[in-house]
Design a protein around this ligand. Structure first.
Ligand SMILES: *Cc1c(COP(=O)(O)O)cnc(C)c1O
Length: 482
């Protein structure tokens, strides 16, 4: 390692034997603070890794001697340690225009849930302990009463997510038997969740009835036989069949199911617990409506429209929920205390519906008036323009937000934001320039995620509460684009 005062000919290459030993590197005075705060073990491991990388460069004749100057090496090691200690899971700013974005973690928890989670995780809790009797308790009781109160169900149980809820329900109620479902409802939610595959995993034999666009009550009736385990309705949440279509409403199907003493199970998907039209949003069927229509079991997600943590909620008839709860697979799919605490606090808010739009971030963003979104975009316009000029131009633009996570796929929410386009002569290079900008935004300490459509990068401001977090990073954006 060359001492700082040693002169190094600019551009001359280092040989492998010019590299210092790990011990020598760690004795640098500039690294003593780092060793004190982060500990010898971790810093030494990173020092070894750094020197290994530099040795490979030196062997290839691609290492400048300047890179081996003591201050340069010390700074490189400190930066490496800092970077390796940064968590992989990071907060980001969602300017995609999709409010419930699966890749960005779906619903954002309400403050009450954050507080409850933090308090409950600090020490032991009565997760499966009945404080009245001192006996073993059942973790479902933490939220069962609340879920019954809100939905009107007789009983409720919760699991890891809605995919697990569907799997468990089918396995418990239709394992080894037939489950009748409309061909128009054999959805793929994304990833590996395809209804036919879930049925197979649950050990249920799928019996498809009707056609892609039209299924009638008689189709279900004809398929019922001695081997039938249940009738299944799937809320086609992420697509819409339009035109010459027909499906059987839950109330009608419930009657048929009852005549044959079969359970009707509904996978509601996004699982709204309130009438979204109260906030000017498109109407989604609620769990309580499905139960009132006669569904025996309704399953839905905790982190879509409900606005809570990832969870699968199962509500319905006491006898059916009891079979589901006691099915052995439940143990493998159960909800841990961490999301359970978040779910309890989130569900509590539903007792006071007037407070929901204020307290649930997801609902607040969905219900946000276009004028309010536009006001945020206006605050950002000039500072953003200044930081991306002269390579890009920024304009205020009306946009269309999506609800996301497969909820209400064809509905759009009038929104506003900033549209950024490269300042180029003609269209050549537009794609590359937009990708470069999107990358620079993603590389910020608090990454900003937008979307590229056509010749522009769009930053939809619907989910930006406070422009300050974005404004604070604009100097860094300008530097990275320079
Ligand atoms: C989202 C969805 C699922 C899967 O729910 P997760 O909570 O993501 O597991 C299943 N069915 C429908 C209809 C859905 O919309």
């Amino acid at each position: 390692m060359a001492a700082p005062e040693e002169s190094v000919v600019h551009g001359s290459k280092a040989r492998p034997q010019d590299l210092p030993s790990v011990d020598k590197l760690l004795r640098l005075p500039a690294l003593q603070d780092l060793l004190g705060t982060q500990g010898h073990t971790f810093v030494a491991r990173e020092a070894r890794a750094l020197l290994d990388e530099l040795r490979q460069l030196a062997v290839a004749g691609a290492l400048d001697r300047e890179q081996l100057l003591a201050p340069t090496l010390g700074a490189a090691l400190a930066a490496r340690v800092r970077q390796r200690l940064a968590p992989r899971l990071q907060r980001v700013l969602n300017l995609t225009g999709t409010v419930i974005h699966t890749n960005l973690g779906r619903a954002v928890l309400p403050p009450a849930a954050l507080a409850h989670v933090a308090r409950m995780m600090e020490g032991p809790v009565n997760l499966e302990y009945d404080l009245a009797s001192g006996d073993r308790g059942e973790r479902d009781t933490i939220v069962e009463e609340l879920l019954c109160e809100i939905t009107g169900a007789e009983a409720a149980t919760v699991v890891n997510n809605n995919a697990a809820a569907v799997l468990l329900t089918l396995a418990a109620l239709a394992g080894g038997r037939e489950a009748i479902v409309s061909r128009g409802e054999l959805v793929e939610i994304g990833g590996a969740f395809r209804m036919p595959d879930v049925m197979a995993s649950a050990g249920a034999r799928m019996v498809e009835v009707g056609t892609t666009n039209r299924t009638h009550l008689a189709d279900y009736a004809r398929a019922i036989n001695a081997h039938t385990g249940l009738l299944l309705k799937v809320h086609t949440s992420n697509y819409a069949v339009q035109g010459f279509t027909s499906s059987v409403a839950e109330a009608q199907l419930a009657q048929l199911a009852q005549e044959h003493e079969l359970p009707l199970v509904t996978d509601l998907g996004s699982g709204s617990l309130v009438d979204m039209s109260l906030w000017g949003l498109p109407k989604e069927p609620t769990a309580q409506e499905m139960l009132a229509a006669g569904c025996g079991v309704v399953t839905f997600s905790g982190d879509k429209l409900l606005g809570g943590p990832q969870a699968g909620l199962i509500v319905g008839r006491r006898d059916l929920v009891a079979r589901i709860r006691s099915f052995p697979m439940k143990r493998a799919l159960r909800l841990s205390k961490l999301p359970l605490a978040a779910l309890e606090a989130t569900l509590m808010l539903y007792r006071q519906p007037e407070l929901l739009a204020r307290e649930l971030p997801t609902l607040r963003w969905l219900a946000r008036p276009q004028a309010e979104v536009e006001a945020v975009a206006r605050v950002l316009l000039k500072p953003l323009q200044a930081s991306v000029a002269p390579r890009y131009g920024v304009r205020l633009a009306a946009m269309q937000s999506q609800i996301g996570s497969g909820s209400l796929p064809v509905e759009r929410l009038p929104s506003a934001g900033l549209a950024i386009a490269p300042a180029l002569d003609g269209k050549r290079g537009t794609g590359t320039a937009l990708e470069a900008l999107a990358e620079a935004l993603r590389a910020l300490p608090l990454p900003v995620i937008g979307r590229i459509t056509g010749d522009e990068l769009l930053l939809d401001c619907r989910c930006v509460d406070e422009p300050a977090e974005l404004l604070a990073q604009l100097r860094m954006l300008k530097e990275s684009l320079a």
